[in-house]
Design a binder for this molecule. Structure first.
Ligand code: 26Y
Length: 822
């Protein structure tokens, strides 16, 4: 008997090939000879989507079982990166698909590279949400991610004349095969207007919110596959639209253009991702965005809860709702409003449910990043929520008064309303009061949260506070990004490490094996060659693959100190100029990262890197021993290229400023050694890999605090350090700006007169440490040994470990394997 595999689910190469041809013809509507690369990519994406569909549908079915507990991850950002190859890996069909593509006379890599990555996030926080979604699925935890379907994600960066230029990210323009719109689950969201009291037909005093505007939220679902399991969770992103009643109003009011204006306002809400500018206040549309997606999400969760046959007073048993920073913190007031105003629940019951539903993660210590909304603006957009927040605050402060009798300072600092100057709503305070758990993202960060920004809340409710050190998914950041290293590792210790990253420990026994070291080094070299070729294509700069690849990629920010790295480069340059025959380790310095469009100093830092690069790269005395490259448009896709190629990972933030960092983990896993400060998760990385395999430098957090308390004067360092003086003078004299002393003056003035991130104070320690790196690199055998040990000891930094801790300590949720009937 002949059995024919189903075109939608079959996994034989023959079936996959047929399915690809079929989708090209019937879905793309193209003959092969007329199809573009993108047509082939889309056809392939649909082939893969078909194959995850049964698992997705049966995972969804599980959500609706009455006693399934679901993690609901609320995040304004999900920085997913491309889906296609990730899904091939998780579904374990990469080999078959690769062969089917080949037999269709197509180039696998070309198709993979067609995908526009969904850049729905700024950086660390959004990427963390994506890694956590991967781990939730891989650990078979029922979970829903909720966020915004931005039409334009993080801007594309171009570098022109060395400056950043922003361009809109039109990621949806050629179609997105990974989302399915669910208009039948659309919800409405109110905005503006006023409130009025009324008595309902049971004789209850209630409040009615009469909005000025109504928008519709349409959910778009994206499947999040787990690694080699049936669980496929859902990321549900909301798009805003004008409600249908819009047409109605035209007839009633007769104001066609006015109605169209309203439609535009509605559609604007999910239009664009806000960059994490240093000034976050006053952006009305941002507050609307936050409220919009959180209201959509909570209404959706209530629907799911009621559909699963349960009553609303058990909402907190159905859902564990995680607030990814304060961006979704308005959810505390919105859940109260939904329960009280729309579902007739009494205040006390509603508060009980609400405060047992939410848990809050803090990601920053920078005071300027703490979200506040002026009471005026807040009341204009969310009049009912302002009333609810006042009432939460009144009841909360009554409790505080009992606890800290007579201490007005505590009351002032704990209040949800900042009364100093212009009154504003403090979102972190709202999140703290409304949550049963508050966590930081690395051990040091959590301690600093407890002792600084949330000190008063810690003293009030210490039991709420806990640490959850960040992690990253080894599926994307090793298996997908670094197949060559993955194969070498698996050939020695099997492939269990992909789900149980601690098993990388098994590599330690090979750290002294010359054959293994050789293979390890050859792999790194081959990846460096590929990157060198990419650099050549993208920037025209020729780099030497045999030189040390020294990498600094992350958002551009003063606290991350990209300028400290540049001072190091100029220092080496000066050494060469003083002694052209000096013996130093050839290095390629690779930078990447975006600056917030409104952050002038960060943009100047990019120009600083590119300008120094122009001089250093072209000075004949340098003889190609130093190369400086700024790769434009750093994103997830480029991250996947650069982490595996890196040998030195730069993690040089001012101690106490980087909450955790997650790039630091991706580098280490891929065998780069770290030069870093005792900041964020660097501390824990160093603990794991061993102090002897980590290049530590710089002031520690208390030393930074002390230095500043005693009146830090950057001039002292300039005056007393001749090399530093020479470096800064060279910049001041216009050596890197065609003789123009003005170009970098704001940067120099800032360093010499303020230096808020103590760059000058850490300069010499950094240079000395880099000299040790230089020496260490000369002993390639030992360097390789350290590299292997780094990778072998990064088990802790799998997001599977982080998510397991969230599940056990905070969410109290257990794996629920999904069965797919065949
Ligand atoms: C308020 C708004 C403009 C805003 C939007 C995004 C503010 C901040 C952010 C993003 C913050 C962020 O990415 N923080 C990073 O979170 C990572 C994950 O926990 C940390 O590893 C990293 O240290 C921290 O800077």
């Amino acid at each position: 008997p002949i059995t024919i595999e189903d075109d939608r689910t079959g996994l034989s190469v023959e079936t996959l090939r047929r399915a690809l041809a079929d989708h090209l013809y019937y879905i793309q509507g193209k003959l092969p000879e007329h199809a573009s690369k993108n047509d082939f990519y889309l056809a392939l994406a649909f082939v893969v989507r078909d194959r995850l569909m049964p698992r997705w549908l049966y995972s969804k079915k599980n959500y609706l079982q009455p006693d399934t507990r679901i993690v609901s991850y609320l995040s304004a950002e999900f920085l997913l990166g491309p889906h296609l190859e990730n899904n091939l890996i998780n579904l374990d069909i990469q080999d078959e698909v690769r062969q089917a593509v080949q037999e269709s006379n197509l180039d696998y890599q070309v198709l993979i590279d067609q995908e526009e990555e969904p850049g729905l996030g700024n950086g660390g926080l959004g990427r963390l949400a994506a890694c956590y979604m991967d781990s939730l699925s891989s650990l078979e935890i029922p979970a829903l991610g909720y966020g915004i379907r931005y039409e334009f994600g993080i801007f594309d960066q171009d570098i022109r004349d060395g400056w950043q230029v922003e361009m809109t990210d039109k990621w949806l323009q050629f179609g997105n095969p990974w989302e399915i719109a669910r208009p039948s689950f659309a919800v409405t969201v109110k905005l503006g207007g006023h409130t009025e009291p009324y008595v309902d037909n049971q004789g209850q005093y209630k409040v009615r919110w009469v909005p000025a505007q109504i928008v519709k939220g349409i959910p778009y679902d994206t499947p999040i596959t787990g690694y080699k399991v049936n669980t496929v969770n859902t990321l549900r992103l909301w798009k805003s639209e004008a409600p249908e009643s819009f047409d109605f109003q035209v007839f009633n009011v007769g104001d066609y253009y006015g109605a169209v204006d309203q439609k535009i306002v509605s559609e604007n809400i999910s239009k664009v991702l806000y960059p994490n500018d240093e000034q976050v206040q006053g952006k009305e549309l941002r507050l609307m965005q936050q409220f919009f997606f959180v209201s959509c999400a909570l209404q959706d969760m209530i629907r799911i809860h009621l559909t699963s046959g349960r009553r609303l007073n058990t909402f907190h048993e159905k859902f564990a709702v995680q607030l990814n920073d304060t961006h979704p913190a308005i959810g505390v007031a919105e859940l109260m409003r939904l329960l009280i105003d729309e579902h007739d629940m009494a205040w006390d019951t509603a508060w009980d449910v609400t405060s047992r539903s939410f848990a809050f993660t803090n990601h920053t210590l920078l005071p300027e990043a703490l979200e506040k909304w002026s009471v005026d603006l807040f009341g204009r957009i969310l009049p009912r929520h302002l009333e609810i927040i006042y009432e939460i605050n009144r009841r909360f402060l009554d409790q505080v008064r009992v606890k800290f009798m007579g201490d007005e300072g505590h009351l002032e600092r704990l209040s949800l309303i900042d009364e100093s100057g212009h009154r504003s709503v403090r979102m972190a305070n709202l999140a703290c009061v409304g949550s049963y758990s508050i966590n930081g993202v690395a051990a040091l960060h959590t301690e600093l949260v407890k002792s600084t920004i949330l000190k008063d809340f810690y003293e009030l409710s210490p039991e709420k506070f806990n640490n959850k050190t960040n992690g990253v998914t080894p599926r994307r950041w090793m298996v997908q990004a670094n197949p060559r290293l993955t194969n070498l590792i698996s050939s020695k210790i099997g492939d269990n490490w992909i789900k149980h990253l601690h098993e990388l420990k098994g590599l330690e026994q090979y750290a002294d094996d010359p054959g293994f070291r050789h293979e390890w080094r050859q792999i790194k070299l081959s990846i460096k060659r590929d990157l060198a070729e990419h650099i050549q294509r993208r920037t025209g700069i020729t780099v030497n693959p045999e030189s040390m690849f020294d990498v600094l990629v992350k958002r551009i920010h003063e606290y991350k100190r990209q300028h400290l790295k540049v001072l190091h480069i100029i220092t080496l340059y000066n050494r060469i100029k003083a002694n052209p025959d000096i013996d130093l380790t050839p290095r390629t310095f690779i930078f990447g990262g975006k600056a917030a469009p409104g952050y002038a100093m960060a943009k100047l830092m990019i120009k600083f890197v590119t300008s120094v690069g122009d001089v250093v790269n072209n000075d004949p005395d340098v003889r190609d021993r130093l190369k400086v490259v700024f790769l434009p448009d750093y994103n997830v896709t480029f991250g996947q290229r650069v982490y595996p190629a890196a040998e030195l990972s730069e993690q040089i933030s001012t101690a106490g400023k980087e909450a955790s960092g997650t790039g630091n983990m991706k580098f280490s896993m891929n065998g780069a050694l770290t030069i870093g400060t005792l900041d964020g998760a660097n501390i824990e990385i160093r603990e794991e890999v061993g102090a002897e395999n980590f290049f530590l430098f710089g002031l520690k957090t208390p030393e930074v605090q002390e230095l500043k308390a005693n009146g830090y004067n950057p001039w002292d360092y300039y005056d007393s350090n001749e090399t530093l003086k020479a470096v800064l003078d060279l910049v001041a004299h216009g050596h890197f700006s065609h003789g123009d002393p003005e170009l970098f003056r704001p940067l120099l003035d800032n360093l010499l007169h303020h230096d808020p991130f103590v760059v000058l104070a850490d300069y010499q320690a950094y240079i000395d440490c880099q000299d040790q790196v230089d020496q260490a690199y000369r002993d390639q055998d030992n360097w390789t040994r350290m590299s292997i040990l780094n990778a072998a000891r990064t088990g802790k930094f799998s997001s599977d470990r982080s998510i397991s801790e969230y599940c056990e300590d905070i969410w109290k949720v257990k794996p629920l394997p999904v069965t797919v009937p065949i």
